[in-house]
Design a protein around this ligand. Structure first.
Ligand code: IYR
Length: 222
């Protein structure tokens, strides 16, 4: 196929045989299978360079028309974290006391969550992901495409990079979360997508005993 001069050659850095592909993905699966969401964090510091590199990794994600419709806000400042915690707990209190259905509250029982969110202050970093519902250039509004899909994929890579760095996180969704736009002073084309506290696991960390679905429940081969 003929391409314009805009195209450059591509070579995968790992030119594997089938056997090598299988071994490599097996190792990677065993590693990813150890990932868990944690709701408590060690106060051990995490340096900015590590957080920035994790975000840089997330930002390698594919996106609709390569628009890269995301902003990652890395929050370390204790007074901003405190504001976020206070605003989130206010919303969560309302959610747990009337906004969430009985079914929902029941489904959450195994996780022992409630409206208290101390991790929003105790985690050394909060990464707040914003989706850009549209963009600006010098002339005006520019459309972004498949924004939720794109930002969701980037979040998956972010979580993978966090795990690979020996760190843990939680995909936290305070609801509603417009307060994040106000506290972080984000422009009107950005909407909060997810909030991830990031840090090392605390000593003697405990997680619920969850089982992942079997292959035949998640995969259909045709
Ligand atoms: N956002 C609330 C409730 C919550 C909802 C789901 I779905 C979870 O998997 C966990 C919690 C909270 O963060 O507590």
């Amino acid at each position: 196929m003929q391409h314009s001069s805009n195209f450059i050659p591509y070579e995968h850095p790992l030119p594997f045989t089938q056997e090598q592909s299988y071994k490599n993905v097996l190792n990677f699966y065993h590693f990813m299978e150890t990932r868990r969401s944690l709701r408590a964090f060690s106060d051990r510091p995490v340096d900015l360079q590590t957080i920035e590199l994790i975000i840089k990794t997330a930002a390698t994600a594919p996106s609709g028309a390569h628009k890269q419709p995301w902003t990652f806000c890395a929050v370390q400042n204790p007074s901003i974290k405190k504001q976020i915690r206070e605003a989130a707990e206010k919303e969560e209190y309302e959610s747990y006391h009337g906004r969430m259905s009985e079914e929902w509250l029941n489904d959450l029982k195994p996780f022992e969550t409630d409206w208290h969110k101390p991790f929003l202050e105790s985690a050394p970093w909060l990464i707040v992901i914003f989706k850009k519902i549209y963009d600006w250039d010098g002339e005006g509004k520019k459309t972004n495409y498949y924004v939720n899909e794109s930002v969701g994929i980037a979040t998956g890579l972010l979580i993978t990079a966090i795990h690979h760095a020996g760190l843990v996180t939680l995909t936290h969704t305070p609801s509603p979360m417009n307060f994040l736009s106000t506290i972080l002073d984000r422009p009107s084309n950005e909407r909060p997508f997810l909030l991830l506290p990031v840090g090392y696991p605390p000593e003697n960390a405990m997680v619920p005993d969850l089982k992942r679905k079997e292959m035949d429940e998640v995969c259909v081969v045709y």
